[in-house]
Design a binder for this molecule. Sequence first.
Ligand code: PMM
Length: 310
Amino acid sequence: MRLPGLAELDDLGRTLVMGVVNVTPDSFSDGGEWFEPAAAVAHGRRLRAEGADILDVGGESTRPGAARVPVEDELARVLPVIEALARDGAVVSVDTTRAVVAERAVASGARLVNDVSGGLADPRMAEVVARTGVAYVCMHWRGHADVMDSLEVYDDVVADVRDELAARMVDLRAAGVRAEQIVLDPGLGFSKAGTANWPLLSHLGTLRTLGRPVLVGASRKRFLGHLLAGPDGVLAPPAARDAATAAVSTLAAAAGAWCVRVHAVQATADAVRVVAAWDGARAVDSTAGPVSTQDETVQEAFGDDEGSTT
Ligand code: PMM
């Protein structure tokens, strides 16, 4: 599916890989490792060499319970990193909930705005996205990091997230954002307790019925730590969640995700290529007999049989 300003990503024929460049001292998954701008730029370059199609630069932690960062600090963290990576020719996104940061980031070379609040945190965000015309990731969100764990009540998490994202699209459109700009994201881990994340993953097809590309951000999240907890119940630490993250990337790509956002790029870059080769072989194999029962089961589970990319 084509998005404005991202022509070089249009024809890759596979799920895209977004590499995370957190310029924060306290992100839950890689807190502090790349806090200095020079280290963050070097990290972004490394992720690109490993196969990241997009580099997602963020200056405010969304770790549960985290306090907000002053806007000047956020700007000072992300702008030099975005400028340097964009100058390299990388496709850069800015991970921010603030309109002013989005606007300055786009002026510095960012080509996507990745807003974990889906426009709810800043009433000016939709106007900036409409005016700049850039691609916009609208994530499902119910509140900032300090309160999000208290907002986890759902009747049916898949239907509720779909409906709340549909409502966000209506508001964005009303503010002048074009449908073609919008990417949707279920917001794994954001106001979602461990088990609530799995139905969202296994029903990605439901989000795709909204007609926009879907981005999945499962990387190193707590629900994977729960899944991989030891016999003592202690959660697997973030860095021990990368193999499970790559498994999610594989399944998300097979289910038609447009993009997967990850910290450890290499395994996911390989995974999305495997899925594309697998799906490509299925598409051209005219000598094959009827689709096997196993294939049908997989297709039913993903609710989709159209291939790995939009
Ligand atoms: N998750 C985090 C940050 N930004 N953006 C999108 N679109 N989707 C996500 O799931 C998402 C995000 C969580 O923080 P991290 O950067 O520390 O992993």
